[in-house]
Design a protein around this ligand. Structure first.
Ligand code: MG
Ligand code: MG
Length: 256
């Protein structure tokens, strides 16, 4: 596990800003979802998200992130590509593809981070099951985002949900605290043991993001230094929400 970053408890005013960032992020993702058709390029999808962000006076924290600087506002991953796919003018969607879109919104000093995977036209029953299981794993994790639970409870819920459905969950890429920074503490791996890890406190905000693979959990990074693919070429999916822990029910910030 990498070095643990600081956990920042948000004030009610900061949570309201993050909720608005989440709403804008959901609007951008909805605009992308509407454009998922054969023949559309992954650069078109990026443009659709950017149009929404721009109209709200926002930018994506993804643009310029890392080394080499990420060149777009969303990541787009097709089929065996799991995360961090770079949009391209020549890359077109095809009937039967599954496409993962990850988008971030930087609004009034705070970040919201969310992702979904969807099919282009008709998809195979196996691909449809992969999407269902990955989204189900996200919600199994969210169910544990409660005061007094630990990050290990969330991780274990995600891992158990995925593995009991016969799929594999990534080891290297994790959920994370989010706020002024895209990656804050606590880190929330997609595998773990119940009862371990950091205790969850009200007003901590975390992006949970199970990444699920059909074949094995192993991945590799393409020569573009960004795109992460399944090592065996099998299909992968990714769902993510930014969630606030409260005194009661988990609050999903990245919905309309
Ligand atoms: Mg994300
Ligand atoms: Mg994230």
């Amino acid at each position: 596990m990498s070095r643990e970053r600081q956990i920042n408890i948000k004030t009610p005013a900061q949570l309201r800003i993050m909720r608005e960032a989440g709403r804008i992020n959901a609007t951008a993702l909805a605009a992308v979802r509407e454009r998922l058709q054969p023949g559309v390029t992954t650069a078109d999808l990026n443009a659709a998200a950017e149009e929404v962000l721009k109209s709200c006076g926002c930018v994506s924290p993804f643009k310029g992130y890392g080394r080499p600087p990420f060149p777009a506002s969303i990541t787009v991953c097709i089929n065996d590509e799991m995360v961090h796919g770079v949009p391209h003018l020549k890359r077109k969607l095809k009937e039967g593809d599954i496409v993962s879109i990850d988008c971030g919104t930087f609004f009034d000093g705070f970040i919201a981070d969310s992702a979904f995977t969807a099919g282009v036209g008709e998809i195979s029953p196996e691909a449809a099951k992969l999407l269902q299981v990955t989204e189900g794993a996200l919600f199994a994790g969210i169910e544990n985002m409660r005061k007094g639970k630990r990050t290990g409870d969330v991780s274990a819920a995600i891992q158990n949900y995925v593995e009991s459905n016969g799929f594999h969950v990534t080891r290297e890429y994790t959920g994370h605290g989010v706020g002024k920074e895209m990656h804050e503490g606590p880190q929330v791996p997609n595998i773990g043991s119940a009862g371990s890890g950091v205790s969850l406190r009200p007003n901590v905000t975390i992006a949970l993001e199970p990444m699920v693979l059909i074949g094995t959990h192993e991945t590799r990074v393409l020569p573009d230094h960004w795109t992460v693919v399944s090592a065996d070429g099998s299909l992968t999916a990714h769902f993510e929400h930014t969630i606030a822990v409260t005194e009661g029910e988990p609050l999903i910030l990245t919905v309309l």
